[in-house]
Design a protein around this ligand. Structure first.
Ligand SMILES: C[S@@+](CC[C@H](N)C(=O)[O-])C[C@H]1O[C@@H](n2cnc3c(N)ncnc32)[C@H](O)[C@@H]1O
Length: 251
């Protein structure tokens, strides 16, 4: 009988943010194929003797081919193994799970998705604002910074920000460039924003600013994401006086 593949979300970093189900499935796994952003404390749950392989971008050079990940999942499942494909955050957000589920379906392999806490939610929890605070935002857009490649701000981002939505940019790349693109596309420079790095980890940090100031901001640790919207200003204003707009928060 063939095995089964679990596409599991490891959360934003803090092992206590793993779901109970993710922890159970990880403990029972015979093979674990994990991304770069999954920390050692989560991997410590894997039982001794299980095969653990990094298939993240940094594994084996600059890029671990996606087809090779498909091949490994399918081969291990066909050998009857319980396979965990472990991804940072939630497996279905910006994690190529769509392609992986398609490959598994095509190969006739049983699979199950185990949801995780996505980084954007971990970041909002750490910074202490609600992404959809009803007094300021009625919607939230989760986007990838990669959609801004080619030197243009994605038009739907501009429209969303102008209509009062909160924007959460995963993989934002160079914040200065991104802020410039948005301001040039007509987004007001006074809109609050925060770059949040290593959310939920001991070295987590949030840098508050407004879009026009972000154009001159210095580099921030990775992984990080950028949150833009009025809800961010609420959190910044609630913090220490003179530094309210631009401050560092750490645990
Ligand atoms: C390939 S995406 C994967 C997202 C993941 N599936 C999720 O749901 O969070 C990786 C990006 O997520 C963001 N990210 C992941 N963990 C983070 C953390 N602890 N703090 C801040 N941003 C994080 C960064 O923007 C990073 O470049």
């Amino acid at each position: 009988m063939s095995g089964k593949v679990y596409l599991v979300g490891a959360g934003p970093g803090d092992p206590e943010l793993l779901t109970v189900k993710a922890a159970r499935v990880l403990r029972a796994a015979e093979v674990v194929l994990h991304d770069d952003l999954v920390g050692p404390e989560v991997l410590n749950l894997v039982r001794p003797g299980a095969e653990v392989q990094s298939v993240g971008k940094r594994a084996g050079g600059s890029h671990f081919p996606q087809e090779e990940i498909h091949r490994l999942m399918i081969a291990h499942a066909r050998a009857g193994k319980r396979v965990v494909r472990l991804k940072g955050g939630d497996p279905l957000l910006f994690g190529r799970a769509g392609e992986e589920m398609e490959a598994l379906r095509a190969a006739g392999i049983r699979f199950e998705v185990v949801s995780g806490v996505t980084a954007g939610l971990g970041a909002a929890a750490m910074a202490g604002f609600s992404l959809t605070d009803r007094r300021m935002a009625s919607s939230v857009l989760l986007v990838s910074g990669h959609s801004c490649k080619g030197g243009n701000a994605a038009p739907d981002w501009v429209a969303a920000l102008q209509s009062g939505a909160t924007l959460v940019v995963y993989m934002p790349g160079d914040h200065r460039k991104l802020a410039k693109l948005l301001v040039e596309a007509g987004v007001t420079g006074t809109i609050p924003c925060a770059v949040i790095a290593n959310a939920s980890l001991p070295n987590e940090r949030a840098e508050y600013s407004v879009l026009s100031e972000l154009m001159q901001a210095s580099a921030v640790d990775k992984p990080n994401l950028l949150v833009i919207g009025a809800v961010v200003g609420r959190a910044a204003a609630g913090r220490s006086g003179a530094e309210a707009r631009r401050e560092l928060v750490s645990r």
